[in-house]
Write a protein that binds this ligand. Structure first.
Ligand SMILES: NC(=O)C1=CN([C@@H]2O[C@H](COP(=O)(O)OP(=O)(O)OC[C@H]3O[C@@H](n4cnc5c(N)ncnc54)[C@H](O)[C@@H]3O)[C@@H](O)[C@H]2O)C=CC1
Ligand SMILES: CC(C)CC(=O)C(=O)O
Ligand SMILES: [Mg+2]
Length: 354
C-alpha cells in the first residue's frame, strides 16, 4: 500500500530527531511491500517566521489528507515574548484540535538496563509499565474565555477549565478499552476536592466503569498521583486524566525511564490521521549540537506504524531494535553516555538489520 505521511519537524531539536525517524522508516519500508511518501510542512516558530502564523490552513489541510502525521517539537526562546499573542505552541494546539485527536497515549516503560542510572531505587522501578491516556483537545489549554484584560487599572489573565460530559466519556471509555488488554486497572486522576470539572470527570468515570466490570477503577487526586509516580510507580496500569494534568505527569513519569528524550506518544481520534510526536519539547539548550536523544521520536514512528498504518510487525521491529540498543549500553548524553543523535540512530539501524 501507499501511505502519505506528513512531516512537521518544527523547531529546535524537532528537525534533528524527525530526520532520524524518517531514516528508520525508510529502512523499514524495504522489508515490506508498502511505500511511504513523505511531505514536509512548517509548524510552530518556523511557520511564524515564514507565514506570520504557527499553523496555516494549507498545512492543516495537508495533514488532514494524509494517513499519518509525524511531528518533532515546536517553540523556543526566539518566540518567547510573554506579550505576544502569536506563539509556536498555538500551532500545535490548533493541529491537535483540527485533527480532532482527543486521546494522547503516552506509554511509560522502564528498560531494565537503565534502572541503575535512575534517581529511583531499582526495586521501585521493576515492573513499571503504565499507559497515560491524556485528554488532548479540551480542558485548560482550550477553554474559553481565555485572555488578558485590564480591570481596575491592573492586568488580569484568565484560562478556563471546561469539559463536557461527552468529552470526558469518550476519553475514559478509551482508557477502559485499553486497560482491558493490559492489567485491567484504570486510575482516573483529577482534583475533585477543589475543581467542579473534576467532580464531573469523576461522575462520568464512574458511569463508564459500569460497562467494564472486569476493569478496576480507582480515583486519585493529582497531587497524590504525582507523589505515587515516584513512590510506587509500578502500581499504575492505565492513567486517564485531563489535558494539563497529563502533560505535567508524563514529564515526571519520563524521569523513571531515564530521560525526557525517551517517551513517544500517539494522538488518536475517531478517524485518520493519527498524530505522532515525542513528549519532549524543542530543547533549545541542546538544539543544533547533534546530541538530542532520537528514541522518543523513533518510538513515535513505531506507534504510527502500529495505530495508523496497521504495521504491527514492523512497529515491533523498531521497538525491539531500540530495546536491544539500550541493552547493549548505547547512550546519548541525556542517558549518561556520549553517543550523538546520528550514532544512536546508526546503532538502532544496525540492530534492525540483525
Ligand atoms: N510538543 C512540543 O512541541 C512541546 C514544545 N515545548 C516547547 O519547547 C520549548 C522548550 O521547553 P522546555 O521546557 O525546555 O522543555 P523540553 O522538553 O524542550 O526540554 C526539557 C529538558 O529536557 C531535555 N530534553 C528534551 N528532549 C530531549 C531529547 N530528545 N534528548 C535529550 N534531552 C532532551 C532538554 O535538553 C531540557 O533540558 C518551549 O518553547 C516549550 O513551549 C515543550 C514541550 C512540548
Ligand atoms: C504546547 C504544549 C501543550 C506541548 C506540551 O507540553 C505537550 O504536549 O506535552
Ligand atoms: Mg508537555
Amino acid at each position: 500500500m501507499d501511505f502519505q505521511i506528513t512531516l512537521l519537524p518544527g523547531d529546535g531539536i524537532g528537525p534533528e530527531v524527525i530526520e532520524k525517524a524518517v531514516q528508520i522508516l525508510q529502512i523499514i519500508e524495504k522489508f515490506t511491500d508498502n511505500r511511504f511518501h513523505f511531505s514536509k510542512e512548517l509548524i510552530g516558530g518556523c511557520s511564524i517566521d515564514a507565514n506570520g502564523t504557527a499553523l496555516t490552513e494549507e498545512v492543516l489541510n495537508a495533514c488532514r489528507q494524509s494517513d499519518a502525521v509525524l511531528l518533532g517539537a515546536v517553540g523556543g526562546p526566539k518566540w518567547d515574548n510573554p506579550d505576544s499573542n502569536i506563539r509556536p505552541e498555538q500551532g500545535l494546539l490548533a493541529l491537535r484540535k483540527g485533527l480532532k485527536v482527543y486521546a494522547n497515549l503516552r506509554p511509560v516503560k522502564v528498560h531494565p538496563a537503565l534502572m541503575a542510572a535512575s534517581p529511583l531505587k531499582e526495586e521501585k522501578l521493576s515492573g513499571v509499565d503504565m499507559l497515560v491516556v491524556r485528554e488532548l483537545t479540551g480542558g485548560l489549554y482550550f477553554g474559553e474565555p481565555k485572555g488578558r484584560s485590564i480591570i481596575n487599572g491592573q492586568e488580569h489573565a484568565v484560562d478556563t477549565l471546561i469539559y463536557s460530559e461527552e468529552e470526558i466519556r469518550r476519553i475514559v471509555k478509551m482508557s477502559f478499552e485499553l486497560a482491558r488488554n493490559r492489567r485491567k486497572k484504570v486510575t482516573s486522576v483529577d482534583k475533585a476536592n477543589v475543581l467542579e470539572s473534576s467532580r464531573l470527570w469523576r461522575k462520568v468515570a464512574m458511569e463508564v466503569s459500569r460497562d467494564f466490570p472486569d476493569v478496576i477503577l480507582e480515583h486519585m487526586l493529582v497531587d497524590t498521583a504525582s507523589m505515587r509516580l515516584v513512590t510506587s510507580p509500578s502500581s499504575f496500569d492505565v492513567i486517564v486524566t485531563e489535558n494539563m494534568f497529563g502533560d505535567i505527569l508524563t514529564d515526571e513519569a519520563s524521569v523513571l525511564t531515564g530521560s525526557m528524550g525517551m517517551l513517544p506518544s500517539a494522538s488518536l481520534g475517531n478517524g485518520k490521521p493519527g498524530l505522532y510526536e515525542p513528549i519532549h519539547g524543542s530543547a533549545p539548550d541542546i538544539a543544533g549540537k547533534g546530541i538530542a536523544n532520537p528514541i522518543g521520536m523513533i518510538l513515535s514512528a513505531a506507534l504510527m506504524l502500529r495505530f495508523s498504518l496497521q504495521m504491527e510487525k514492523e512497529a515491533l521491529m523498531i521497538e525491539q531494535a531500540v530495546n536491544r540498543t539500550i541493552a547493549d549500553g548505547c547512550r546519548t548524553a541525556d542517558m549518561g553516555g556520549s553517543l550523538s543523535t546520528e550514532m544512536m540512530t546508526e546503532e538502532i539501524i544496525r540492530r534492525i538489520h540483525e
